[in-house]
Design a protein around this ligand. Sequence first.
Ligand SMILES: NC(=O)c1ccc[n+]([C@@H]2O[C@H](COP(=O)([O-])OP(=O)(O)OC[C@H]3O[C@@H](n4cnc5c(N)ncnc54)[C@H](OP(=O)(O)O)[C@@H]3O)[C@@H](O)[C@H]2O)c1
Length: 296
Amino acid sequence: MVGRSPSQEGTSKMNILVTGANGQLGNSVRKIADNYKQHHFLYTDMPEVDITDLHLLEDLVKKENIGAIINCAAFTAVDKAESCEELAARINVDGPKNLALAAKSVGAKLVHISTDYVFDGKSCLPLKETDPTQPIGVYGKTKRQGEIEVEKTGCDAIVIRTAWLYSEYGNNFVKTMLRLGKERESLNVVYDQVGTPTYATDLAYAIMVLLEKGFNGFNTYHFSNEGVISWFDFTKAIFEIAGLKTKVNAIESFEYPTAAERPAYSVLNKRKIKEAGVSVPYWKDSLVQCIKLLEN
Ligand SMILES: NC(=O)c1ccc[n+]([C@@H]2O[C@H](COP(=O)([O-])OP(=O)(O)OC[C@H]3O[C@@H](n4cnc5c(N)ncnc54)[C@H](OP(=O)(O)O)[C@@H]3O)[C@@H](O)[C@H]2O)c1
């Protein structure tokens, strides 16, 4: 089983275009790139490289002799998407489609990231890649349509659906809870939404494992960390690891209304990606690593 190990000797050199490279996942790819020194990474983000601009992308992949694209760019503001459907669709649907077309034009591979929000959360068993999708909000709908558009282009592409992403970078649940935990004596957190967090560093390694193995055609994989918890349990663990005494009250989702409804059950089945050689660390082990880095 390979996973966090640096790339194998003999893997052929690739010029890898990383889009949305200033986000959580993009920064996590940068962080691990030293383990893949035989490749050349080209990090891009807005405003210079806008994934909604097909011509720019086609020129870029040709000029830079790109062999693979890792798309970390997305419209990720789940609640805002409810009132910004057009913009969300441009970035989450047209964007990946453009990247797939640009990749196809030079015979490059595309790794595109999607989400557990393509499901309605009504399952009670870990979700497989083949389970029917049924997004319940605008963000999930646009992400699902993005997957479909990538597949339709016929480019060599992998879609990796992930969930509850956090990292040392940008804004995320772990960083918000660490801040609130230091400011407040108690917090209310929902216990009726269940899933598995994903440390973006682990996802970055998973991407590189699949890229280095190589692939043809279209395939979908699920990746999160291992285990099953609620947001309430996650918060308790964050505070415990960080040594914070903040009290956490378990509440139900109706007590914390948001513009976009969240899926109640978001656990992803990782059998397929494990069989492809990717290791899936336990959520708490990865959380400890991330909090250590944040506290230092
Ligand atoms: N965060 C989660 O909990 C979560 C859960 C499941 C799946 N995912 C998926 O995981 C992937 C990575 O998420 P993330 O949390 O790393 O996202 P993120 O931190 O929000 O980063 C996204 C990056 O994309 C950039 N971007 C936005 N529009 C762009 C455009 N038109 N062209 C180029 N770049 C653009 C953003 O720039 P600005 O900041 O300037 O907009 C930002 O730097 C996404 O596909 C997301 O849907 C995330």
